[in-house]
Design a protein around this ligand. Structure first.
Ligand SMILES: Nc1nc2c(ncn2[C@@H]2O[C@H](COP(=O)(O)OP(=O)(O)OP(=O)(O)O)[C@@H](O)[C@H]2O)c(=O)[nH]1
Ligand SMILES: [Mg+2]
Length: 203
């Protein structure tokens, strides 16, 4: 089989912008709604992700109307109390109608334009269930767990994991066939956890 036969078509991938966090390092604000170069952060992520996938949706837990105004479906976490990115991922897996889901966080507005293509190529080549971005920082590989492509058939596995009280992304992904996709430009993944970091992104 050639690489083209194995490729994952973009229509079979739903993109999910994760914007459901507490934003505690930014003083508890709804991070995805913070203005960056004249536009909410989550909208930057949405517009960057949309051309890379078939459908897009947003994971949010507050100010749902403001996210709905961005024109795509918005899903709150199916489990309570800000259980972390996996809770948003579960919302995406439950609602996506495609074979694959890819996530990006709302606070990294410069992620690569070929992010999904590279994750999808690696998943197809390695017959993986999950493809996760990793950054090569001076020889050290650092996983970027919220930049992740995965099969929507993993939903039952994630439900069981979360219902057992587990919360850590790495502990869940370790249960599945995962491939890491190495990116070399840390600036592409720069994210804003604090107001200062957001200001730096605006320089
Ligand atoms: N749906 C959902 N997304 C979350 C949750 N916690 C974090 N995220 C998202 O995961 C991504 C990475 O999380 P962080 O950068 O730590 O964002 P955060 O949790 O809002 O910020 P802190 O409270 O400062 O840690 C962001 O896009 C968050 O919106 C959650 O409980 N539910
Ligand atoms: Mg957090």
């Amino acid at each position: 089989m050639s690489a083209t036969d194995m490729a994952i078509p973009i229509e079979s991938i739903t993109g999910l912008v994760l914007a459901g966090g507490r934003g505690s390092r930014m003083g508890g604000v709804d991070k995805g709604l913070q203005s960056h170069l004249g536009m909410p952060l989550a909208l930057h992520a949405l517009l960057r992700l949309a051309p890379q996938v078939g459908e897009v949706m947003i994971s949010a837990n507050r100010n749902l109307a403001a996210y709905e105004a961005m024109g795509v479906p918005v899903w709150p976490d199916p489990i309570e109390d800000y259980a972390g990115p996996l809770a948003g991922l579960l919302a995406g897996l439950e609602h996506a109608q495609t074979e694959w889901l890819v996530t990006v966080p709302c606070d990294s507005p410069n992620f690569p334009l070929d992010l999904v293509a590279r994750l999808a190529a690696a998943a197809a080549e390695q017959d993986a269930e999950i493809a996760m971005a990793a950054l090569n920082e001076e020889g050290q590989l650092r996983r970027q767990p919220v930049f992740c492509l995965l099969r929507t058939s993993l939903v039952e596995s994630l439900v069981a994991f979360l219902h057992a009280g587990e919360r850590k992304v790495d502990r869940w992904t370790a249960r599945h066939r995962m491939v890491e996709v190495v990116f070399d430009e840390p600036a592409d993944f720069a994210n804003a956890n604090t107001t200062d970091e957001l200001r730096q992104l605006q320089r």
